[in-house]
Design a binder for this molecule. Structure first.
Ligand SMILES: Cc1cc2nc3c(=O)[nH]c(=O)nc-3n(C[C@H](O)[C@H](O)[C@H](O)COP(=O)(O)OP(=O)(O)OC[C@H]3O[C@@H](n4cnc5c(N)ncnc54)[C@H](O)[C@@H]3O)c2cc1C
Length: 497
């Protein structure tokens, strides 16, 4: 088996297969080219990454130290609905645990933000994030301290190096070299071997294409085709520019809407990752860079890294004996930090449907079906941020407000607007609290709520909410500072001596 590419996708795949298939004694090889390099971005994640690391038996504190990671409790969205607005999408539910009716129903019924205060005030991970506090959640599900989860913000290059070490220890062999050609069997069209620039030939029976945007095997050789979603997600460029750390290490990622896109800010232990994702039809590159520089809070640490992409996915992510994972399989902008999760989802599906010798089209079709659903769910969630805006200050936002959206998203918005209900999906990474946070954050308020709320008179509900709000604030306040958990306080004190 040959993995093509040694970016985050390549080494995550190599690590997971060398661990998950170790009983099969497979020959797993990986080829990558240092001259080509990796995409060099991808620092913010969602909580599922913890299960990936745990499945590999990775020790969390070792991982955090070696990838210079920080903890992440939420994403803060600034200026998305209106300039000046702020809301958070937390990794956790609103309200108290175990309640039958979603908290947002009660909150809406008593008058929402006007009477109860902002929805954000009823989330423990948001209370923690706003105070720069962090502690891992409790394991007892009846505890209010169990209502949240967390992810990481890390140096993706260090993570790939970490996983390379892991995979090589488990027998994965790496070849350095640039692939010049893919050999296909004439009749079947199956891939047979890759030829490197220096003439070396590496043959394999199964190819995992992790070659990044190029899609070396899946597109250039197998011509899988691409579903272009750029009419819904018009951002097609990014500039990334790391900067020096400031005194603050907030346990969350920030996404600030700008004139024709948005800027990310991701605090790591040793630097801050910044970038600007924008639509080239509405903004030129020099304006995009200028806006990004305005966002920086510390000295730039490198030259800008410019990237181009097209929102969408491969029409088929597995064709014959080639499966694509990572950027080679498609790309959805990092607004909700989902790319690494999609890598993880593809690896999980591949392990479940791993070829057993005979090539069964049913396996391939099932893999493609699941990945289609995963991509489509993320796509809809991202489009929601653009569509549900009140902004009319630039042509870009007017376009987004007025664009048609997929039926799957239109019906989901309608149901929420009418009844406050989040329609459940098959697969799909984001669950009810995530949709509630973004729908309400973007200004979509339910017109009617769950009738069972009527059992709670307004004054009783408002008093309970006031109590909950101060309880969450006090709990967050009593937690350790994020910097203390990361041992950065000690490091700063030592440096000051
Ligand atoms: C602007 C931007 C911001 C992002 N932010 C996030 C984020 O915050 N969170 C998140 O989850 N994801 C994010 N992503 C996505 C994330 O960066 C990728 O999903 C992840 O890095 C995986 O990339 P990859 O391994 O598929 O590709 P790459 O990193 O491009 O790796 C491709 C590999 O293939 C090799 N290769 C290519 N061609 C050849 C050849 N001819 N011969 C030999 N080797 C070859 C390269 O050398 C390299 O090793 C972001 C992406 C972009 C563009």
């Amino acid at each position: 088996m040959l993995i093509i590419g040694g970016g985050t996708a390549g080494w995550m795949t190599a690590a997971a297969l060398s661990n998950g298939l170790q009983g099969l004694e497979l020959d797993i090889q990986l080829v990558e080219s240092e001259t080509i390099g990796t995409v060099g971005v991808g620092e913010s994640t969602i909580p599922h990454i913890r299960y990936f690391n745990a499945s590999l038996g990775i020790d969390e504190s070792d991982f955090v130290r070696r990838t210079r990671a920080t903890y992440k409790l939420a994403i803060e969205f600034r200026d998305w609905n209106r300039i000046g607005d702020r809301y958070m999408h937390p990794f956790g539910a609103f309200g108290t645990p175990g309640s039958e009716i979603g908290f947002h129903h009660h909150w809406t019924r008593v008058g929402g933000a006007h009477r109860a205060g902002p929805l954000d005030a009823f989330s423990l991970p948001i209370a923690m994030a706003r105070r720069n506090r962090f502690a891992p959640p409790a394991t007892d599900p009846s505890s209010p301290l169990s209502t949240y989860s967390y992810a990481y913000q890390f140096d993706a290059g260090l993570y790939a190096r970490y996983l390379r070490e892991y995979a090589e220890t488990r027998g994965v062999t790496r070849t350095e070299g640039r692939i010049r050609e893919i050999e296909l069997q004439q009749e079947s069209g199956f891939a047979e071997a890759v030829i490197l620039d220096d003439g070396r030939r590496i043959a394999a029976d199964f190819f995992i294409d992790c070659s990044g945007f190029r899609g070396l095997v899946i597109e250039q050789a197998m011509q899988a085709g691409y579903d272009d979603w750029s009419h819904w997600l018009p951002c097609d460029r990014a500039i990334a520019l790391p900067s020096a750390s400031t005194d603050e290490f907030p346990p969350y990622t920030r996404a600030t809407a700008l004139e024709a896109g948005w800027a990310w800010r991701i605090p790591l232990q040793h630097r801050v990752g910044n970038g600007h994702v924008y639509a080239s039809a509405f903004m030129d590159d020099s304006r995009a860079e200028a806006l990004l520089r305005e966002q920086l809070e510390g000295e730039p640490l490198a030259q800008p890294n410019r990237l181009r992409f097209l929102a969408g996915k491969r029409r088929q992510q597995w064709v014959r004996n080639c499966v694509s994972i990572g950027l080679s399989s498609g790309f959805l902008e990092p607004l909700e930090s989902t790319s690494i999760h999609l890598i993880q989802a593809a690896i999980g599906n591949l392990l479940d449907l791993f070829p057993t010798g005979a090539w069964d089209p049913a396996d391939t079709a099932e893999f493609n079906r699941i990945m289609d659903v995963e991509y489509t769910r993320v796509r809809d969630f991202l489009i929601l941020h653009y569509k549900a805006t009140s902004r009319t200050d630039t042509e870009f936002w007017v376009y987004c407000r007025n664009m048609d959206i997929p039926d799957s998203l239109a019906s989901k918005i309608e149901l929420f607007r009418e009844r406050g209900i989040v329609a459940a999906y098959e697969h799909g990474v984001f669950l009810e609290p995530s949709w509630v946070a973004v729908m309400i954050g973007q200004g979509i308020l339910p017109e009617r709520t769950d009738p069972r709320c009527l059992a709670y008179p307004d004054d009783r509900a408002l008093a309970a909410m006031a109590g909950l709000r101060s309880d969450l604030a006090a709990r967050a306040e009593s937690m350790p500072r994020h910097t203390a958990v990361l041992d950065l306080d000690a490091a700063a004190a030592a440096a000051a001596v």
